[in-house]
Design a protein around this ligand. Structure first.
Ligand SMILES: Nc1ncnc2c1ncn2[C@@H]1O[C@H](COP(=O)(O)OP(=O)(O)OP(=O)(O)O)[C@@H](O)[C@H]1O
Length: 362
């Protein structure tokens, strides 16, 4: 780990076990970083839900135990204006967004930096990810825990954000983090991992979308035959590759294509319909975390993932004349949904180069 003694460090402390072990790890090195709890309230003026209150209590207890200050930073407005706007803009256009990816760029390393983080050299989080300095440049590298690895969620942060990021538990497996928390009797050692959309937690994704976009019913047709099977409530509730309880019987049915103009959802039947798979697909707006390692080389070997799963898929990445890329996967990939991020790694899935958005395809 880099020499931290002369650095001013801010810890993003959520009240969960991972960021609490971050504080412990730094304290163990004689450091007393300032801790920050980011508050994102519900969008309506309802009561703050009790799990957030409990989170803040836990964060307060952990910071106090290690002699650190804790401050609450309100990023409510920024979350709804930036992350929600991004999410709704994408789904409205039939694309599949990833709010958790944008939350890291826009909120944890973004809005937070403008409000408090600017005063610090490093921002430490409990993400399962690591960094490495190679030839004087800082790279994002994967965690040894393939199930917990979160480099995919970090693959849209800006280079200056990566330079400020510190992942003090990134070299551990999740079990090791839990063991440390139990051994140190941290108040939250036995708490369950958070789930759902970052910060929104329990909010159901479809309800979140419905609140902004409402419903827009249209036909559902079988791709192969054009036969009408029924109605959908809005294309934005469907993601390419997803198996849906559309309630038609005779399935399972998979969403395989959206016709935005005519508001039609096409589905295919069967457990593994070939229409739900792809080997070759285009990506655009490649965001490099550190730098473009390939220059304008025509083709390179990489690994990639398009979903938060432990597998990395081998592929050839082809650079087109316009500077965009085509992914040629070795294996068939299920559910290649436009708008999703394709996160690209080196052949050994060690270094994360960055990510690009999967392009719309007819
Ligand atoms: N409300 C919050 N306030 C401050 N930091 C946060 C908050 N939520 C998440 N973070 C930071 O982002 C990191 C990753 O968030 P994620 O939701 O993936 O948490 P997690 O893996 O469950 O971690 P934790 O156990 O620390 O909650 C956390 O470890 C923490 O550093």
């Amino acid at each position: 780990m880099e020499n931290l003694k002369d650095k001013k460090i801010a810890v993003l402390l959520s009240g969960g076990v991972d960021s609490s072990v971050v504080v412990y790890e730094l304290a163990r090195q004689g450091l007393h970083p300032d801790c920050f709890y980011i508050k994102i309230g519900p969008e309506e003026e309802e009561e703050w839900d009790c799990s957030s209150e409990e989170d803040l209590e836990m964060a307060t207890a952990v910071a106090a135990r290690y002699g650190c200050r804790l401050q609450v930073i309100d990023c409510h407005k920024e979350y709804w204006e930036q992350v929600t706007k991004y999410t709704m803009d994408k789904v409205r256009n039939g694309l599949t967004p990833n709010p958790d990816v944008m939350c890291n760029r826009l909120i944890k390393f973004g809005a937070f930096d403008q409000k408090a983080g600017y005063d610090y050299d490093l921002i430490a989080t409990g993400h399962y990810a690591q960094t490495e300095i190679i030839d004087g440049q800082k790279w994002l590298v994967t965690s040894p825990d393939p199930v917990k690895d979160q480099t995919d969620f970090l693959a849209q942060i800006y280079d200056w954000q990566l330079r400020k990021a510190l992942f003090p538990i990134g070299h551990y497996m999740k079990e090791e983090v839990r063991e440390i928390a139990e051994r140190e009797h941290l108040v939250n050692a036995k708490r369950k991992d958070s789930q759902g959309i970052c910060f929104l937690g329990k909010i159901n994704y479809n309800d979140y979308i419905r609140r902004y976009l409402g419903e827009n019913p249209g036909d559902v047709l079988e791709l192969e035959t054009g036969k009408k099977l029924g109605k959908h409530k809005g294309l934005w509730f469907h993601t390419i590759g997803q198996r849906h309880g559309l309630g038609f019987g005779g399935g399972p049915w998979y969403a395989v294509k959206k016709d935005m103009k005519q508001n039609i959802l096409y589905v295919s039947k069967g457990y593994e319909p070939l229409t739900a798979y792809k080997k070759d697909f285009s990506i655009h707006d490649f965001h490099f975390l550190t730098c473009n390692p390939w220059g304008d080389a025509g083709e390179v070997s990489v690994t990639f993932k398009i979903r938060h799963t432990p597998e990395y898929h081998p592929a050839r990445l082809e650079r087109k004349a316009d500077g965009e890329y085509v992914v040629h996967s070795e294996h068939l990939i299920q559910g290649v949904a436009p708008g999703q991020f394709c996160v690209v790694y080196d052949e050994d899935h060690h270094k994360c180069f960055g990510s690009a958005e999967i392009s719309w395809s007819e």
